[in-house]
Ligand binder design. Structure first.
Ligand SMILES: [Zn+2]
Length: 428
């Protein structure tokens, strides 16, 4: 690295490790704009606030880019189990975004973790029943075990309703978006409530009643875009992204106020040394991620010079990891593993985990689908344990550790700084 780059990086390190600006940004997102649910006024105002901050940092071509889709608004969801006399007993629950309206009363069937094997074992028994599955994803079954996969298996098998039981304890219901054309009503319940239903079911047949009323309507959300211009416009660009929307039941401090703040902090830190950048860097904060990656899909569909991106890196919840080392999870492109491994060791971070771990459930996915090399910062060794506080009402500011926020912003800034100045990339 040139003297100039080394000096710039040292400046970034010093500032990243002593500043509380990233923390203050998450705090502003949580306190001023609440949950920032897709399509809400809070989401819109948060977008304007982020654009304003980008301009303050000195980013260029800052814009709010709107996109239209069918939005979802929460109504009420009620779940009861029925005793021998058909008397209803309430179970605390929350509707899952894009659950349709509907009222079903049917037998409950417990399909455990909702693996393909558990579904096929009960084949023929599922039609017309309400399916109960756990959100857990054990190490032996990691593929196709997202909430959407389990929901679609239930739909496929002819289920009448879907109950999503949280894996972690704490009496918290977990939310999460379904496909926009979800056909059967769905609700999230706590692990404790699920355990109770499973126990009842072991004693014999159990009937439950699920009633949901929600609304959908044409909706507008926004992506927030800003750029740092590199000295060589001939070179392909980098893009760093994070979604700033959250779920309507929480502040979304970790998922993904924190990821938003990491990307914004990297923008701020790099803007202070933008004269040393060779490749340009675009910073994009996506709206409506939690409801099926609508913002990033729209960006990919609309961006005219998409093939001019060298690499996309995404931040989604990483600073909320419970312990665990941060790593780079690539969406494929194994030839980038040694590239980033070398970069890590040049940075003095020999232990930084770099691997290929494909995920279809955050904003790097639409990019990788378009064959733009991409990845995300994630706690690689913790991936098996599933969600922490994200998607529950407990995803609040008190869980955020400023040290992790700093560590992640510093890592992202250094990666972008060095990647911007790499002469050769293994994938063009
Ligand atoms: Zn997220």
């Amino acid at each position: 690295m040139s003297e100039e780059l080394i000096t710039a990086e040292r400046g970034i390190i010093a500032e990243a490790l002593t500043s509380d600006q990233a923390y203050q940004l998450v705090k502003s997102l949580c306190r001023k704009f609440g949950s920032r649910f897709a399509g809400s006024q809070e989401e819109r105002e948060a977008a304007r606030f982020l654009a304003e901050r980008m301009r303050d940092f000195g980013l260029e071509e800052v814009e709010l880019r709107s996109f239209e889709y069918r939005g979802w608004q929460r109504g009420s969801t009620e779940l009861f189990w029925l005793d021998q006399e058909d008397k209803p007993h309430r179970v605390e629950c929350i509707g899952l975004p894009y659950s349709p309206e509907g009222k079903v009363e049917a037998e409950l069937i417990d399909l455990g973790l909702g693996t393909p094997a558990e579904f096929s074992l009960e084949e023929g028994e599922i039609a017309g029943k309400i399916v109960l599955v756990s959100a857990e994803r054990p190490l032996y079954a990691r593929e196709n075990m997202h909430r959407r996969d389990k929901y679609l298996r239930a739909v496929e098998a002819g289920a009448a309703g879907f109950i999503w039981m949280r894996g972690a304890p704490g009496y918290l219901e977990e939310t999460g978006g379904l496909p926009h054309d979800a056909p059967i009503p769905a609700a999230g319940i706590s692990r404790e409530a699920g355990f109770w239903l499973q126990e009842k079911l072991e004693e014999g047949q159990l009937r439950v009643r699920l009633a949901a009323s929600h609304q959908t309507a044409p909706t507008t959300s926004y992506n927030v875009i800003g750029s740092l211009k590199g000295s060589n416009p001939e070179k392909k660009k980098l893009i760093a992204g994070a979604h700033y929307d959250g779920h309507d039941i929480a502040e979304g401090a970790l998922d993904n106020g924190a990821g938003t703040a990491v990307v914004m902090e990297a923008a701020r830190l790099l803007a202070q040394s933008s004269e040393v950048l060779e490749r340009s860097i675009d910073f994009v904060l996506f709206g409506a991620e939690e409801v099926d990656l609508v913002g990033s899909s729209s960006f990919v569909a609309e961006q005219a010079d998409l093939e001019s991106y060298q690499f996309m890196i995404n931040l989604d919840g990483a600073p909320g990891r419970p312990g665990g080392k941060l790593g780079i999870a690539l969406q494929g492109w194994p030839e980038l593993v040694p590239f980033f491994k070398n970069m890590a060791s040049e940075m003095g971070l020999e232990n930084l985990a770099v691997g290929v771990s494909h995920s279809a459930h955050s904003d790097m996915y639409p990019f990788s689908e378009k064959e733009i090399p991409s990845g995300y910062l994630s706690a690689i060794e913790e991936m098996a344990t599933g969600r922490n506080w994200g998607h529950t009402r407990a995803d609040t500011l008190d869980k955020l550790e400023i040290e992790k926020l700093r560590e992640d912003a510093l890592l992202l800034s250094r990666i972008l700084l060095r990647a911007s100045n790499k002469k050769e990339w293994p994938v063009e």
